[in-house]
Write a protein that binds this ligand. Structure first.
Ligand code: HSE
Length: 310
């Protein structure tokens, strides 16, 4: 392929991974928060990060998740030219709503568009996993897959990578509250036990199976009964101040369920209808308002499209 001057601006959405009972496999895509990236071709081979706005992140390609994933894609092809990447970071790193995934997925999505889409979404996820791995020290795709595919996704297998798109009921809304403390995914993974009791495993796969069924049948009551985490939440919730208070407040305000978003500290809430999602937002803001912890909230419809060209 020969050099041709081109550029593109894209939106790379935030995502919620785990969704209570789907640790490391389930995730969904948000539409009111995400990063923007501008990528252009350059005669100079390789990947060059030229601008980073919003947060302090490394410019060295091999240390930057967007750079590492883009490099993996470019090295799989024989190109006589390279790419320059500008990152306009809006998702705070360590927030639990897929900040590193948005960077890792955004660069490969943009480059794929500029190249005329030689790769499918699963292949893009594979390249993006190389970038995500340097942020969390582990390979997982539960934030990447919903960012790239949109909607709800289930990662059935990593080797080989198999991603299922799960339908979401039309009237499902997410409320996110982000207490501004940082939890590193690597630390939140290191604290988890290597083995879990059989009874917890049974509860977890029963809930995950029924949650997927609820999504297919738009059964909000079943969705509500399924949104429980017997495996991870009991450990990680200790890292998030007022977690149980937020969760109970959300449920009392009419939410279907609530849990830790990814590895935290953000907490996600799912509700039927925008009105309830907003009522939940008002209620849970009061929990942190009564403390000295700074916080941010977002209300979002499930983003069916995922990444988009701006
Ligand atoms: N499934 C991952 C975790 C998502 O909870 O550790 C965070 O990147």
């Amino acid at each position: 392929m020969e050099f041709k001057a081109q550029d593109i601006r894209i939106f790379s959405p935030a995502t919620v991974a785990n969704v209570s009972c789907g640790f490391d496999v389930l995730g969904f895509c948000l539409d009111t928060i995400g990063d923007e990236m501008v990528v252009n071709t350059t005669p100079k081979k390789g990947i060059h990060i030229t601008k980073i706005e919003g947060f302090d992140l490394p410019f060295e390609t091999h240390k930057n998740v967007a750079g590492v994933s883009a490099k993996a894609l470019v090295e799989s092809l024989n190109l006589d030219f390279g790419f320059e990447i500008e990152i306009h970071k809006k998702i705070m790193p360590g927030s639990g709503i897929g900040s590193s995934a948005a960077s890792a997925a955004g660069s490969v999505f943009a480059i794929n568009e500029l190249l005329g889409k030689p790769f499918n979404k699963t292949e893009l996820t594979k390249f993006a996993m190389k970038g995500e791995a340097i942020a969390s020290q582990a390979e997982h795709a539960d934030n990447l897959a919903p960012a790239i595919f949109g909607g709800f996704t289930l990662v059935r297998s990593l080797k080989p990578l198999e991603i299922l798109e799960i339908p979401a009921p039309d009237n499902l809304f997410a409320t996110i509250i982000h207490p501004q403390i940082e939890i590193k995914t690597a630390d939140a993974r290191a604290m988890l036990p290597k083995h879990i009791p059989m009874e917890n495993a049974i509860a977890q796969w029963a809930n995950l199976g029924s949650l997927i069924h609820a999504m297919h049948t738009s059964d909000y009551e079943l969705l509500k009964r399924s949104l429980h985490d017997a495996v991870v939440e009991p450990y990680r919730s200790q890292l998030i101040p007022h977690f149980h208070e937020v969760k109970n407040t959300a449920l009392n305000a009419g939410a279907l369920g609530s849990g830790i978003s990814g590895s935290g500290p953000s907490i996600f809430v799912l509700s039927e209808g925008l009105e309830t999602a907003k009522k939940v937002e008002t209620a849970i803001r009061k929990v942190y308002k009564a403390t000295t912890i700074a916080y941010e909230t977002h209300v979002s419809k499930i983003n069916i499209q995922g990444m988009k060209v701006l």
